[in-house]
Design a protein around this ligand. Sequence first.
Ligand code: NAP
Length: 264
Amino acid sequence: MKKILVNGAQGRMGSEVVKLVARSRDFQLVAAVDVDNIGEDIHQLLGITAPQVEIEDDLEAAIEAHNPEVVVDFTTPQVVMENIEVGLTSGTDMVVGTTGITESDLSKIEEWAAAGEANIIIAPNFAIGAILMMEFAQMAAKYFEGVEIIELHHNQKIDAPSGTAIKTAELINKASEINQEGVEEIEKLTGARGGQEGEINIHSVRLPGLVAHQEVIFGGEGQTFKLRHDSIDRSSFMPGVRLAIQCVAEAEGVVYGLDNLIDL
Ligand code: NAP
């Protein structure tokens, strides 16, 4: 059984991962790290019948004490780089879903992976439908003059825009030279036209009741074309997380994006 440490174990995503591990015959939870309820049993807190695993607050100490084979991180953009440094330099493979990792962060991560001889799979979105949306968006990009992205998330999400929206824009920019010609705009309310990744405008909506959703809207002469993906429950991310945990030992360094693990 693969020994797993979940970092951010009490969070919305981390607790789904703890449930996934508890359900799986191939994985065993050896440690749970978070900032609150230290010393309490994560399984009992989440109402899961499984052997006791006490919550700890020091990732480095937990890795040393429990020797996990994989650290799964769903924490916050503010702490994720620190966590990755600790995990990789200790020589432990990692699966990271926490967003906020930029292209320029990846070179640092590569150094840490090499130093620790460990592998890491980072995916801003573990839902297969979102991966397909990004793939189809690259296909469509060649045929339209304009494109904008609207991403919609629950109102507890800290960062904006989402990692998926940024990655989608990066992929579209690589697939096709988007050169959106328009008029000289006057923004009467700051931010009304959203943020920009290259030439692509990204708009972020935050509301209670939402989970994770995205629309990519293309515009051309006399027509629009819309791709939409909805994660209506956080369980939608778990097949991707399971696949990443299974693959990370053979990942060979840094892998960015679940698309690299799927036959598209
Ligand atoms: P969340 O509910 O706020 O969970 C984060 C958890 O990490 C909280 O329990 C938080 O504790 C804890 N934490 C904060 N700092 C920590 C530290 N230094 N060490 C250990 N634990 C720490 O957030 P979420 O909705 O689960 O999302 C987590 C991340 O995953 C976000 O970046 C989100 O955008 C991303 N996400 C990714 C995917 C994907 O498919 N890749 C899908 C959904 C979400 P406190 O609450 O006490 O601060």
